[in-house]
Design a protein around this ligand. Sequence first.
Ligand code: ATP
Ligand code: MG
Length: 277
Amino acid sequence: MLLKIESLTKTFGASTAVDRADILVDKPAMIGVIGRSGAGKSTLLRMINRLTDASSGRILVEGRDVLTLKGAALRAWRRDCAMIFQQFNLVPRLDVVTNVMLGRLNGHSALASAFNVFGEADIRAALGHLERLGIEGHALKRAEALSGGQQQRVAIARALMQNPKFVLADEPIASLDPMNAQVVMDALRRIHEEDGLTVICNLHTLDTARRYCDRVIGMRAGRIVFDGPSELLTEAMAREIYGAGAEFSEASTSTSIGALAPDAALARTAAGVSAVG
Ligand SMILES: Nc1ncnc2c1ncn2[C@@H]1O[C@H](COP(=O)(O)OP(=O)(O)OP(=O)(O)O)[C@@H](O)[C@H]1O
Ligand SMILES: [Mg+2]
């Protein structure tokens, strides 16, 4: 078992943001978490990474409860599960390759990183990740000079620099136009397939989750109301997740990412990747 979340709960005062969530991940997967605004998607991811403290429950990884980790063990866990954010969270005035290398800082002591900052191996690794993501040509530019889609790929490169086992992405494409959204989702899909990483991705739109994820978790008002292969996510189930009435349609939760070629779902089938049960 890679990850076992048991009855994970977060309350803020009288309100419950995440309500007894249970999630099992038994092999590397690409998982989309969907639900309307306020459903608890971000809180769920933030508890996994320990950016937010859980109120109760357990998160078991390799036989340990992540929620009990402190000090070096907590830092090691945060290295194992890299976060990607909607707003990229780069240092705008720093060049791209340095931003990527910041992913390594987790592994150094603060003092070592303040002085002898990065070694040649770090630089080479950072450039390798940038090249893989098709943006090595921008390595020496300031991060702020890049487009949103390029910046998000820099953030993915920074995440890869941590050698993570999990990548937690909180609405990674919410600030991007459809074409850049597709490039970024393709990149996340690739690191799942090629590196065997488990990617858990909060997404606003149903069609993106269907297209890129083998498994979809639907949240409504803090509860997990659907967890299964994306093929089983019927329109009726989507209605249940989004809690929408008569005005609900696929289009209302859709970006136009689907209008763009190539079809990732087809590519996935061709690559022999099967759905996660
Ligand atoms: N720091 C906080 N203090 C109080 N309430 C919070 C806090 N963070 C989140 N909440 C509440 O918890 C619930 C879940 O919020 P969360 O941000 O996890 O939802 P979400 O599904 O990520 O929504 P969105 O799609 O808008 O990002 C909401 O009702 C929100 O108001
Ligand atoms: Mg959110």
